[in-house]
Design a binder for this molecule. Structure first.
Ligand code: SF4
Ligand code: SF4
Length: 188
């Protein structure tokens, strides 16, 4: 029996996803050589399930399901430490922003971090500023969680740290905020 010496056919990876992320983020991820300096300097890396440098590999490999299943993008604090440490000047904060936008079209991929982000932006769009109680209610928390956090909520209310009603920005302020949000996500 003769061994098969034919080389296995090369696997072609589509670059559509990579190009889309690059265009939205204003970066060129192909320049990344996986040195992991971004991950080693990231204050949120310990909380992320997929570290920043590995996210780039997954984007390059067109592994969208793993990219969108990861919590990492929603946990990025946009501190830009990674950008200042990267030898190629890649700003992971912009990459994560792009991935958050793209994740919206993956309706089947959801997690609490994404839900929180959506509620946070929704309140800002509505009132021109943050409304914590609106975010809490919008999260659709379970009865058990609400019961657990109820004493903390009462304490915050008493100390006036959790307003019952939303503070509403001026109409000009709200228009400006909506304009900024529309510029970032024209489809939403
Ligand atoms: S520091 Fe820059 S080059 Fe290194 S892994 Fe991170 S993004 Fe890639
Ligand atoms: S911008 Fe995001 S990814 Fe970069 S170091 Fe800060 S938290 Fe980490």
């Amino acid at each position: 029996m003769t061994a098969n010496t034919n080389p296995s056919p090369a696997t072609t990876v589509s670059t559509d996803f990579l190009n889309h992320v690059n265009a939205l983020a204003g970066e060129d991820l192909v320049r990344c050589f996986s040195c992991a300096r971004c991950t080693n300097s990231c204050p949120m890396a310990a909380e992320m399930d997929v570290p920043p440098h590995a996210i780039i590999r997954l984007v390059i490999l067109d592994d969208r399901s793993r990219v969108f299943a990861a919590r990492s993008a929603w946990l990025c604090a946009a501190c830009q430490t990674c950008a200042s440490r990267c030898p190629n000047g890649i700003n992971m904060s912009s990459v994560f922003d792009a991935l958050k936008e793209l994740a919206i079209s993956y309706q089947n991929q959801t997690n609490p971090e994404r839900k929180f982000h959506e509620q946070f932006v929704r309140q800002i769009r509505l009132f021109g500023r943050q409304y914590e109680l609106g975010v809490t209610l919008g999260m659709g928390l379970s009865w058990r969680t609400l019961k657990r956090d109820f004493p903390l909520g009462i304490t915050l209310l008493r100390r006036r740290r959790l307003p019952l009603l939303p503070g509403i920005s001026s109409s000009t302020g709200r228009k400006m905020v909506r304009h900024l949000l529309a510029q970032r996500s024209p489809s939403r």
